[in-house]
Design a protein around this ligand. Structure first.
Ligand code: GDP
Ligand code: MG
Length: 442
């Protein structure tokens, strides 16, 4: 896989401040091969590799990742971006039924998809209706009716025995029917041919003009590879479309078609179908497709873990610094208390957050005035005493108590708590755990 090859290219390179030009060139070659193997169109490959090289040159190598991982991260992020970043959702009509028209070659998976989409829409609390506007193929109407029955969605079709009807009339009439029967989404299945031809394009364009769809979805078989791009371009010119549906992603296609179509037509991939079952259908997720194109799911998981581990390594270092002799002072202690106060006043909001319920009791019992007392006591100490509380003897404790309006026992308690906190931090630094805040529950 690409990740293995990159890892080979980058053996022994960990720790370099920046990737060398030779490293970047070697990587670019590997990425180029991987994308071409995934059936990404050549102009798209060129542009993409150029963008990755540019980023690899300008970015510092992160401490968390080795160079191979770093490049893979860049490649993955760029892929997600080029695939559209966020999933593009369906746009529903503001009033009246939302009209979705499907277009694409014969065998692309339109009729199957129509039913899958209808089922998915039912899951979104919609009441869809299917429309059989493919009157070309002998069994097309019946196929849609069978599929409609499977998902429990009504199908609008020309009268039986009247199979010679005009698809444009059927489509137009279906909108009226949907209004009457209060369906909020209409899905129009149309005819496809084996190849792109003028008559096919004209019919689809006529249906489009008759019903003014809110969304025209171009349905394309992910397995046809490079041909997907030429077909997409032809439909874009001949009919126009708003979004793409990729079908047959359960096959062994890497999905390079998604990348090419998106960057050449500028239209987002919105849905993906991945099997014969009616539930093998979902919104299209650019990040999942990016992993698939590069075939490096495991590597991405590894990268995430490395970055997390690095973060906790960083906080461990911070704890070590604090715990070194004299490092953690009463001043730090006060700062931490102030942070807890911030938490305390956020009790109500925090209680509403998932997972925070377990801390609610502690936070609610937390006495905010306690912090004011601690603050007053610490502020009555000299800077030298705050740095090193060991030098605070009995007579100084009495003075501090007086200065802050507290009892000597309060001062003693505070100093004890401070030493306890410091000991805890030292233990955590040695033991390898990630430190929390001393005195904070949980
Ligand atoms: P249409 O001509 O565009 O209407 O395409 P169909 O819906 O009739 O589908 C053509 C063939 O592809 C049928 O045999 C479907 O069962 C099959 N098909 C459709 N979608 C998928 C899919 O996501 N995965 C697989 N494996 N087969 C599919
Ligand atoms: Mg069909």
């Amino acid at each position: 896989t690409l990740s293995d090859r990159l890892a080979d290219t980058f053996k022994n390179l960990r720790g370099k401040g920046r990737l060398s030009e030779a490293d970047i060139d070697a990587t670019a070659r590997e990425i180029r091969i991987a994308l071409l193997e995934a059936d990404v169109a050549l102009p798209v490959v060129k542009e993409f590799v150029g963008a990755v090289k540019e980023r690899a040159r300008s970015e510092e190598v992160s401490g968390a990742l080795n160079p191979a991982q770093q490049i893979i991260k860049i490649v993955h992020e760029e892929l997600v971006t080029i695939l559209g970043g966020e999933t593009r959702r369906l746009r529903y009509a503001k009033s009246g039924p939302t009209v979705i028209m499907l277009a694409g070659l014969q065998g692309a998976g339109k009729t199957t998809l129509a039913a899958k989409l209808a089922l998915w829409l039912k899951g979104q609390d919609k009441t869809p209706m299917l429309v059989a506007a493919d009157l070309q193929r002998p069994n097309a109407v019946q196929q849609l009716q069978v599929n409609g029955e499977r998902v429990g969605v009504p199908v609008f079709a020309p009268e039986p025995g009247n199979g010679t009807g005009d698809p444009v009339d059927v489509a137009r009439a279906s909108i009226e029917e949907a209004r009457r029967k209060l369906h909020d989404v209409v899905i129009i299945d149309t005819a496809g041919r084996l190849g792109v031809d003028q008559a096919l394009m004209q019919q689809a364009a006529d249906i489009r003009d008759a019903v003014q769809p809110d969304e025209v979805l171009f349905v394309v078989d992910a397995m046809i590879g490079q041909d997907a791009v030429t077909t997409a371009q032809a439909f874009l010119d001949g009919v126009g479309f708003d979004g793409v549906v990729l079908t047959k992603l359960d096959g062994d296609a890497r999905g390079g078609a998604a990348l090419s179509i998106r960057s050449i037509t500028g239209k987002p991939v919105m849905f993906a179908a991945s099997g014969e079952k009616m539930t093998d259908f979902d919104l299209f997720h650019p990040d999942r497709m990016a992993s698939r194109i590069l075939d490096m799911g495991d590597m991405l998981t590894l990268i995430e873990q490395a970055e997390k581990a690095f973060d906790s390594e960083q906080s461990l270092k911070a704890a070590e610094k604090l715990a070194t002799k004299g490092g953690f002072t009463l001043e730090d202690f006060l700062q931490q208390m102030m942070q807890i106060r911030k938490l305390g006043s956020m009790t109500k909001i925090m209680g509403m957050l998932p997972g925070m319920g377990q801390f609610r009791d502690q936070l609610e019992n937390f006495d905010e005035r306690e912090i004011d007392r601690i603050q007053a006591i610490i502020q009555s100490m000299t800077p030298a005493e705050r740095d090193n509380p060991k030098i605070i003897d009995g007579s100084r404790r009495a003075r501090i108590a007086k200065g802050s309006g507290r009892q000597v026992s309060d001062v003693n308690q505070l100093v004890d708590r401070f030493f306890e906190a410091r000991k805890m931090m030292e233990q955590m630094a040695r033991g390898g755990g990630v430190p929390g805040m001393p005195g904070v529950p949980g």
